[in-house]
Design a protein around this ligand. Sequence first.
Ligand code: ZN
Length: 136
Amino acid sequence: MLKIEHIGIAVKNLKDSNGLFEKLFGQAHYKVESVESEHVNTSFFKVGENKIELLEATDKDSPIAKFIEKKGEGIHHIAFEVEDIEKESKRLEKEGFTILNKKPKKGADNKWVVFLHPKSTNGVLIELCQEIGDCD
Ligand code: ZN
């Protein structure tokens, strides 16, 4: 893995949270994006070299809606940038981690993404991501 790409935070209301995090960081989000496959609206903030992704559910079937129902708002996942997402997910599967989607899917921010089940990573949902276009 190369670095932490971003940290994802589950929020109930993206508009309210955009205002809150704008105050916190002293700057506005630079991007808003809907990911239909995940049933989420997202916004991204830059803090120095780091990115924070806010995620709001678009309906009750969204993984974010289920997360908030169980745990409330808060840190939802940590995303790591990888060089070769297929190779890395195969390596991690061999190491015994539970891969939620073996075929990388299109996530927010022009990335291929693969998720590891939190039951295999001490309760932390891990996202692997790789910029789309690097290999396709
Ligand atoms: Zn993410």
